[in-house]
Design a protein around this ligand. Sequence first.
Ligand SMILES: C[S@@+](CC[C@H](N)C(=O)[O-])C[C@H]1O[C@@H](n2cnc3c(N)ncnc32)[C@H](O)[C@@H]1O
Length: 324
Amino acid sequence: MSTALAPDHVPVMVDRIVELLSPAISQESSILIDATLGAGGHAAVFLEKLPHLKLIGIDRDATASRLATVNLQSKFGLDVMQRFQVLNIPYDQMQTELNKLKIIQVDAVLFDLGVSSMQLDQLERGFSYSKSAPLDMRMDTSSGTTAAELLNSADVRELIRILKVYGEERFATRIANEIVRARTKQKFETTDQLVALIYEMIPAPARRTGGHPAKRTFQALRIAVNNELQILERAIPAAIELLKIGGRLAVLSYHSLEDRIVKQALNEAIGTQPAINLPIALAPAKLKLLTRGIERPSASEIAQNPRAASAKLRAAEILIKDAA
Ligand SMILES: C[S@@+](CC[C@H](N)C(=O)[O-])C[C@H]1O[C@@H](n2cnc3c(N)ncnc32)[C@H](O)[C@@H]1O
């Protein structure tokens, strides 16, 4: 298991994200919430560039929370703990947990969605289809259902839905039927059992296109196991709620399902619906977009960091707040 931030770990689109969020966090007492702390890659850059900044990192993965703390302490020294704090919670709980710390409003929130390279590299977590490992896939290993438990218990309709909706897998029905048939003989326990089944179910010509044949099924199971989309649907409005006027939000997503949720939440907050007490006029916008549609990493960033290839960045600034 890797125990430190790889020296070549370059956080995705970090220069652009710093540029977008900096105007909101340039004051002495500014607070940035890094809602997806991971190994602390983005956090380290913010703490370095803005020496006055207080950064609260959130990660539901206890290993990531510990590792980020170790990484940031080894980079900045133990004193960093005076301006860095970590919360080991799912990010849709940020408002409640910050309120407990008497933090009612913050200046900026960053989300870098999905799974981290560190989680993929920890083979025993079961996120990767490249080596045999237990089929776990939980970001928070202290609770919830593992991927193996899901595969061994879900009915065929639920498996088809998961593979179709979360994986956009063309062969969802074939794979799901085979999972249900195979588990009557042998329960699913390891990633290689599932990878072998997917290879058999995807016809050879289709196996040669669209990346690794197991990629879509693994993405789908990971999203289902971690309830990722439902949590994200709650988290973006919660983050908007937490930001003060002039506060800024940046979200990096890696597939269209995530990006759709982010786009919809931002559009809702822009406030194009008529206000209840203003039947004709439109409600004033609560938020303005700082990115035109989505922004993408440059070709040179993708060449250096292939994981950035699918990144989509959206950012926004809070214009007005609802009266309490
Ligand atoms: C892509 S990584 C972040 C990498 C980080 N920006 C860096 O540069 O090191 C995403 C992280 O978000 C965490 N995460 C995913 N969903 C979460 C959720 N619902 N609540 C809290 N953390 C979550 C994962 O455990 C993972 O560590």
